[in-house]
Write a protein that binds this ligand. Structure first.
Ligand SMILES: C[S@@+](CC[C@H](N)C(=O)[O-])C[C@H]1O[C@@H](n2cnc3c(N)ncnc32)[C@H](O)[C@@H]1O
Length: 599
């Protein structure tokens, strides 16, 4: 007789061997993907999409022949003209057979995303065809489950379903929840409760094929065909019905030009130029039933970006966040598009409340570790940036910042960007001074330690500028605080500011400020001096507060204007320290005191 411990001991080597075999399959597949890409790049762009579709179809057919030999895949949603040459056909078939060595969902994910990587770059970007890796798909479904989604009864929609990453994972959880039921019943349930919408017919076909493979055992046991889950359509043109318990996905993002009718339809969530992500979130709200949830992979800029002002207001009013996970991926784990993302769960008709924040540390495409990190609430002005902790220490900081009602505007300042876009004025740049020229202020004039130094040291940067008739709008005559608009990722600080002194401007008869700088300018008589504003912006405390507003290296006027600050009336001690040339640590200590934080 063997006890359970000895069984475990016996099983371990077998499991280890299986894991090694899977790892070597992954290595083989990674190599084959490189070959497939190299092959795709030899094809002219006009034919590449069709060839990519044929290649992926051939691979998934070979995969199906190994893992579900009894299955006949339904035809693709569209016919593709042309044929694969013999070499490509062989490569595709061998990739399909190799992928069959992986667990079936992982194999499906590999093959559907292979299609996206073979697409011409421009088309891939236009569609936003970057499919979600399993580590993120699984966690987003877990979040939905934690939000109350019951897989045994929930209706689920992915409105941009691509290769079916979420459809497959949802199908897996739904069938598990119905384990023990008749296969025909399970198939029928999935058929009525799981749907995808997708613009790209090739991606839609691949996802349908993957679902047919995954559910093929139920199909053969019941003698019923696997239902059609995906509709090929433009989601923005569909008429929504608020019937889903869960709308889930990784919607495309990037700027989009909407038709006049679409702009009118989505006006409630638009602010300035439309972004696909915002529109797809608006769409999700329309498909979700009251009380249902939306689980979206989301660019972090949604929390603080100006373009998302109306969307934040809409979400706060109709579907406030319940939980967010910031995704921290090791370099190279994802394609760039997934670097600045979070997973968000919103409840339609929920009450705005403090919501849970987690960090999801992603080690590779498949594995992630989760850390809980406090709760945060929405600001009173829900269109303003939503402060969120990017690291553990930020929770206390946000609590302190929530009590700070003043903004730069209350101190008497507005923020704009330097007006000169240099490459539009190249002929007017000068390397030497002469009468009538103005100094040209570049980002490097603001030193890392917060001083203003007139210099132009980088490539193409000239120190002087010749204005011509009509250029008066470029000349800055008023002292201000300059803040760099971008900082390098590896730089310690996000906010780098310096006072541009009035005396320097007066001595030069006005200066020209280049566009990589923000200008914090007094509107009338300010309540806080520019020197104190610069010192506050250069403090570590405000640098950290700013990171709770923006996770990116860009520093926009909108975000600067949203920094929670102490009232101008309590700034006298800081003013004194700055006027007396006190060291930074002393200013830092005094500022922390104003926020009610320990020194
Ligand atoms: C970021 S991918 C996500 C795909 C899949 N849900 C996943 O997570 O792997 C976005 C998908 O949206 C699709 N898409 C873009 N615009 C669309 C539109 N107007 N209607 C429907 N789908 C669209 C793209 O083709 C692409 O497959």
């Amino acid at each position: 007789m063997t006890d359970s411990r000895s069984v475990a001991r016996l099983k371990k080597p077998a499991m280890a061997e299986a894991a090694i075999a899977i790892d070597s399959t992954r290595i083989e597949l990674a190599r084959a993907r490189v070959m497939a890409r190299a092959w795709a790049e030899t094809i002219v762009e006009t034919r590449r999409t069709g060839q990519a579709a044929l290649f992926a179809r051939a691979a998934i057919e070979a995969f199906a022949a190994c893992v579900a030999p009894q299955l006949t895949l339904s035809p693709s949603f569209v016919m593709v003209r042309g044929r694969l040459d013999a070499t490509a056909r062989q490569l595709a078939a061998s990739i399909g057979r190799e992928a069959a060595m992986l667990p079936v969902l992982k194999g499906c994910h590999f093959l559907t995303s292979l299609y996206a990587t073979l697409l011409p770059g421009r088309e891939r970007s236009a569609l936003g065809a970057f499919y979600t890796p399993p580590a993120l798909t699984q966690r987003l479904l877990d979040l939905a489950g934690e939000g109350g989604v019951d897989w045994s009864s929930a209706r689920v929609l992915d409105p941009a379903s691509g290769g079916g990453a979420f459809l497959l994972e949802a199908a897996s959880r739904m069938r598990l929840a119905l384990e023990g039921s008749e296969p025909a019943f399970v198939l029928a349930q999935l058929g009525t409760r799981l749907s995808g919408l997708e613009l790209d017919p090739h991606a839609a076909s691949l996802s349908q094929a993957a679902l047919e493979i995954f559910l093929s055992d139920l199909s053969s046991a019941s003698g019923r065909a696997v239902p059609v889950f995906v509709k090929v359509c433009d989601t923005l043109e569909e008429t929504p019905v608020a019937q889903y318990d869960l709308v889930i996905g990784n919607p495309p993002y990037g700027r989009v030009t909407l038709s006049a009718a679409q702009r009118a339809r989505y006006a409630r969530s638009l602010y300035g130029h439309a972004n696909l992500y915002g529109v797809f979130t608006d769409v999700a709200l329309r498909w979700t039933r009251p009380g249902g949830v939306i689980a979206y992979l989301t660019p972090t800029s949604v929390l603080g970006g100006q373009y998302y002002t109306a969307l934040r207001q809409l979400l706060a009013a109709e579907a406030p966040p319940v939980a967010i996970d910031f995704v921290h991926a090791r370099r190279g784990v994802f394609e760039d598009v997934l670097q600045e993302t979070l997973l968000a769960l919103y409840r339609k008709g929920g009450k705005p409340d403090r919501f849970q924040v987690h960090y999801l540390n992603v080690d590779n495409e498949r594995e992630a570790r989760l850390t809980k990190n406090g709760k945060v609430g929405l600001p009173v002005d829900t269109g303003a940036p939503w402060l969120a902790p990017r690291e553990p220490g930020h929770v206390e900081l946000i609590k302190a910042a929530e009590g700070m009602a003043a903004r730069l505007s209350d101190w008497g300042y507005g923020v704009s960007t330097g007006p000169l876009v240099w490459n539009r004025f190249k002929p007017q740049m000068r390397t030497r001074t002469a009468r009538g020229l103005h100094p040209l202020i570049w980002a490097e004039a603001v030193t890392a330690d917060g001083r203003f130094v007139f210099r132009a040291e980088k490539k193409n940067h000239a120190p002087y500028f010749k204005t011509e008739a009509g250029d008066e709008w470029l000349v800055v005559n008023q002292g201000c605080v300059l803040v760099q608009r971008t900082t390098a990722k590896e730089q310690l600080r996000r906010l780098i500011a310096a006072e541009l002194p009035q005396a320097f401007i007066d001595a030069q008869g006005g200066v020209i400020v280049e566009n990589h700088l923000n200008m914090v300018r007094a509107l009338g008589k300010p309540k806080v001096t520019p020197a104190a504003v610069a010192a506050v912006l250069n403090s570590d405390l405000i640098d950290q507060v700013f990171r709770c507003i923006s996770g990116s290296v860009a520093v926009s006027a909108f975000e600067l204007e949203a920094i929670p600050l102490p009232s101008a009336s309590v700034m006298a001690p800081i003013e004194r320290l700055v006027a007396n040339g006190a060291p930074r640590v002393a200013i830092e200590r005094a500022l922390r005191g104003l926020y009610g934080l320990k020194a």
